[in-house]
Ligand binder design. Structure first.
Ligand code: HEC
Ligand code: HEC
Length: 90
């Protein structure tokens, strides 16, 4: 009869747990939605930002994207510091 080597079994179990966790994380990452945040539109209002440095361009966003502006942000908008990190230019 094989004698149980509890240390070996423990190592096998830990490895199995590690494997399961890794596969879980990988599956989660592969399932992640495509980048879905709205891109900077390519229109008259936004074309001038294409050639600018991000930090420069972002100073102008709030000319229009404020509660009083022509196109306020949605109420549930995430923290909005650094617009262009999330809203990519093409
Ligand atoms: C002159 C006014 C104006 C300025 C300045 C401006 N926007 Fe806009 N923006 C608009 C208007 C109007 C719309 C809605 C119509 C459209 O999609 O162009 C809009 C729409 C958007 C959208 C939504 C696009 C979509 O697909 O729903 C994003 C994102 C955006 N702007 C980001 C920015 C960022 C980032 C800046 C600064 C770099 C900026 N805007 C500067 C007027 C402006
Ligand atoms: C942390 C990431 C992040 C930052 C920073 C950010 N946004 Fe957004 N923004 C989002 C997400 C997410 C949405 C909602 C989903 C979508 O439609 O893209 C959104 C939505 C918007 C919309 C409405 C889009 C529509 O379809 O109507 C506008 C306009 C916009 N953001 C402009 C800005 C401006 C201007 C700034 C900087 C002052 C900014 N955002 C900063 C993530 C961000």
């Amino acid at each position: 009869m094989a004698s149980f080597d509890s240390k070996k079994i423990r190592i096998i179990l830990l490895n199995a747990a590690f494997l399961v966790t890794s596969i879980g994380i990988l599956a989660f990452l592969l399932n992640a939605p495509e980048e879905s945040t709205a891109k900077l539109p390519l229109d008259e209002d936004h074309n001038r930002f294409i050639g600018m440095k991000k930090k420069e361009a972002e100073k102008f966003c709030t000319e229009c994207h404020t509660p009083e502006g022509v196109y306020p942000l949605p109420e549930d908008h995430p923290p909005k510091y650094r617009c262009l990190f999330c809203h990519k230019r093409d």
